[in-house]
Design a protein around this ligand. Structure first.
Ligand code: MSP
Length: 476
């Protein structure tokens, strides 16, 4: 039986264009999704937009647009970016979609109520508009939220609370037993330490008169379901949970991997599993927590003004070099620095000089000296490659490819088949054919990362042809 592999990106706030940090998590998921699809797993890839938020309303007002029109425009820009980045998602969920998402969110709410885990309380606290969450003094640096650079506001209001504290032990147990697998280990330790200190109950609704958007609380229209309780449910509402047809949910939920940035770990590894337990549903199987893209020593973020625009960069260099860079140079487990300079040097070294040059050299020799295309019926892929993907380490998988490129270069250097052909044609032809087979394997291994380049390389080897133009032009 095919293994279900269900992979999700966080749903993005449509209050501005996506930057390289967002392109990173989406590309990471796409590379993993493509790998699993190619391996024969039954794969489903979800992404989307987190729309029921005042952030969107504020952003629309700032540019003088109607929030709905603004939302549609921004969400279109997300989808256009994903299309040009070759993101092979199966579904794009919008949490403003009353047919697709709301029934699931309201069903979860009703189940939390039925479990006795929702309670109305009067609440006063510090609210970070960036996080859309209440924060505590200890989350702040110099009185400001370190992620958003702004001071939280004091809010007092009536909220429905979710009794999260009640689930501390159960969530901790599931993580310790590996029923919820958190990758990497350092993030698992971080969340276990947080659980050890205990969880506090969380606000799960806000007064409807303070939220112009959002899903009404079932049975109490004076309140709306609060951002996180609404947003997290997207992962199951997209699969039909709460709707008539739950086939996708039944097929895929048990094979879920949530991919998230470390800034939203607590929501995914503590609140979400607790909600699911309270609702009588299975907890998420795996959570992969990647680091952040850093630029100039700080998290790349619109509010800090240090963003790289993925579209602009891809217009200059092509999309696949950007995908390659994200896979090869940003660790899926830790923060990674990315600048336009680091990108350009990697592009020139690895793609223009490395891969592009190798393809030209091998195929020039092959098309001149081989009477037929090399045999590619069996190519050998290092076991390390699949092993790296199985532990989500796309950087290591990309490293296996870089190594194969370097080794092929070395063979050309050491054995100089282009010279040998003059003295011992038979031996030279053997070496060239072997280089073609290895190039084909490189083309195979590139499939999840650079899908078009992968096809180009495989086709050149199959047809025993030189590329018409260099695959990657050097940039000065
Ligand atoms: N809407 C919430 C997620 C809800 S999921 C149920 C949200 N949205 S976001 O648009 O602010 O961020 C989406 C994702 O982008 C998060 O995982 C966040 O970590 C990631 N990134 C934002 N900036 C980033 C970098 N500079 N680098 C890498 N990822 C970054 O949070």
């Amino acid at each position: 039986m095919k293994k279900p592999f269900y992979i999700t990106t966080p749903i993005f706030y449509p209050n501005g264009f996506l930057h390289m940090g967002h392109a990173y998590v989406t590309t990471l998921c796409d590379v993993l999704a493509r790998y699993h699809r190619l391996s024969g797993d039954q794969t489903y890839f979800l992404t989307g937009a987190d729309e029921n938020t005042e952030k969107v309303v504020r952003a629309a007002k700032a540019v003088g647009k109607d929030p709905k029109i603004y939302l549609d425009e921004i969400v279109k820009s997300f989808r256009d970016l994903f299309d040009s980045f070759e993101i092979s998602y199966d579904q794009f969920i919008r949490t403003s979609d009353e047919k697709v998402h709301w029934p699931g969110a309201q069903e979860v709410w009703k189940r939390l109520v039925a479990s006795g885990d929702i309670e109305k309380r009067s609440y006063e606290g510090l609210y970070c508009q960036g996080h859309e969450a209440f924060v505590t003094e200890k989350d702040l640096v110099d009185g400001k939220c370190p992620d958003h650079g702004e001071a939280p506001v004091l809010l007092r209001e009536e909220n429905y609370f979710f009794k999260l504290s009640k689930y501390t032990k159960q969530v901790k147990d599931k993580i310790e037993k590996g029923e919820i697998e958190i990758v990497p280990q350092s993030r698992r330790n971080e969340i276990l330490a947080l659980l050890e200190r205990g969880l506090e109950d969380v606000s799960f609704s806000r007064p409807a008169d303070k939220m112009s958007v959002g899903i009404p609380v079932p049975g109490d229209p004076s309140q709306k379901i609060y951002v996180w309780c609404d947003a997290l449910v997207n992962y199951i509402s997209a699969l039909g949970f709460g709707r008539a047809d739950q086939t996708l949910f039944d097929t895929f939920w048990s094979g879920v991997t949530h991919v998230i940035g470390k800034d939203i770990l607590r929501f995914h590894a503590a609140i979400w599993p607790a909600m699911l337990m309270s609702a009588g549903l299975p907890v998420p199987r795996r959570i992969l927590v990647h680091g952040l893209i850093i630029s100039g020593g700080k998290k790349m973020s619109k509010s800090l003004g240090n963003v790289i625009d993925p579209l602009a960069l891809s217009h200059e260099y092509g999309v696949e070099p950007v995908r390659y860079y994200l896979a090869r140079y940003i660790s899926p487990f830790e923060d990674g620095e990315m600048t336009l300079d680091s990108f350009k040097s990697a592009y020139n070294a690895d793609l223009a000089n490395g891969l592009g040059n190798l393809v030209s050299r091998v195929m020039r020799m092959a098309s001149t000296h081989l009477s037929a295309s090399a045999n590619v019926s069996t190519v050998s892929i290092p076991a390390e490659y699949a092993a790296a993907f199985e532990r989500f380490d796309i950087q290591a998988a990309a490293g296996v490819i870089t190594k194969a490129i370097a080794e092929a270069d070395q063979t050309i250097q050491e054995k100089a088949p282009f010279k040998l052909v003059k003295t011992d044609k038979e031996a030279a032809v053997k070496i060239i054919a072997n280089l073609c087979t290895r190039l084909f394997a490189i083309g195979k291994m590139l499939e999840p990362i650079m899908p078009q380049t992968a096809v180009t390389i495989q086709t050149l080897v199959r047809e025993n042809k030189m590329p018409d133009a260099p695959l990657f032009l050097r940039k000065e």
